[in-house]
Design a protein. Structure first.
Length: 138
């Protein structure tokens, strides 16, 4: 199950050319990912209450088009891969007004305990695992 998150671009997020600086997109994707997990009734706080963290292992982005101050972007968030130990989250970012693709990308994550040791959600938190398994996009 994917979700779409909307965000208005702030002036301070633009560079000298008037476009969003590329580094800001990583923040936008995290905002969208957090909102998406909340919509699934699995906010980060629930993972943390259960001693689980979800660190980012890697980010792969492809910039397609620029947006500027006051534009609104829509970020589609979805699971591309899930194994119980690792997860790849996909993103499609579009300009709400024009419909143009701004960015496509993914973030790779693993699940760990509080000591940052890898864990398998299938064993440690089956209720979370089942939800992730049910929404992987084929």
């Amino acid at each position: 199950m994917s979700a779409t998150f909307e965000r208005k671009i702030n002036y301070y997020e633009t560079d000298r050319m008037g476009v969003v600086h590329h580094s800001n997109y990583i923040r936008y994707l995290e905002e969208a990912r957090c909102s998406w997990l909340e919509s699934l009734e699995m906010p980060f706080s629930k993972f943390e209450e259960n001693g689980i963290t979800i660190p980012v292992l890697g980010v792969n982005l492809s910039y397609k088009y620029h947006v500027t101050f006051n534009d609104i972007i829509q970020i589609k968030v979805f699971i591309k891969e899930y194994s119980g130990v690792r997860m790849t989250v996909g993103y499609d970012v579009t300009d709400k007004k024009t419909g143009k693709t701004v960015l496509t990308g993914e973030t790779k994550h693993c699940f760990t305990d509080r000591n940052l040791r890898p864990i398998n959600l299938k064993k440690c938190a089956p209720e979370f695992s089942k939800k992730f398994e049910s929404i992987v996009e084929k």
